[in-house]
Unconditional design. Sequence first.
Length: 300
Amino acid sequence: MKSLFAALYGPVFWAGFIGAATWLVAYRQHAFWVLPPLLLLALLTSFLAERYLPYDGTWNHAHGDGWRDSLHALVNEALYLLGLAAFPLLAGHMALGDCWPGAWPFWAQLLLAILIADCGITVVHYLSHRYYFLWKLHAVHHSVRRLYGFNGWMKHPLHLLLEAAGGMLPLLLGIPESVMAVLAFAVAIQLLLQHANVDMRMGPLRQIFAWAPLHRFHHMKYGTAGDVNFGLFFTCWDRLLGTRFDAPAYRMTGDDLGIGSRPDYPVAYGAQLLEPFRAEEGVRAPELPAGLKSALNRAA
């Protein structure tokens, strides 16, 4: 039973919740405020799955970070909701014209929106590992010592806004409000899957989707070794950038996570908001474990 669950969890969670949002908004004509309760159901499902089939059982226990992660999630999701509420104003000022293929089926419009937004978010993410101040904002996300559903929403609010700007590229084409609402919901679902502490088995989907089995390697603490697997939804962008990395035989642990040069990175929420604006004193990042070093050499 658990092997079946491991194989089906990712695709059923992704298609099930995004499909439900599409059905409710596009075909049942419900107001967009039906989406936050659906997201809470997705979050509950993720937490239950993490306890039924954890990738690392110790990651299900708080490391002094429970309230902090909850605050990050509440603040950042509130910003998403404010952005959704401001959509009519943003669309009126940002749209370059009515270029959106509104005659397409809703699911096709949503897929196009996901592809465009994924490209923009991936570019911002990639640049955040290349430019120092962007990295200091993004480092809040990389300071985690365990990976579970909430980690996807653990971001500095300023960096969240930068990523949101990249994700708003569909606005330039005149995307409808209903498609944008489900796109924002799909981003939240994808973040849950990217950081889920679920021992999922992706099979051939590992070549397409940037879910947790691949994204965990992005959180490696070994210097620039984690400059891989930047894509939010799909792996195609990392193939284009030459940054896709996979080592299926290597099992990540909490000792592999964090910022190797900043073992003293603050844990408290307020301190994390201030940290990007403070001078930092780092140490030498630890060396790669042999299993990861050989995998990175093969990838190179």
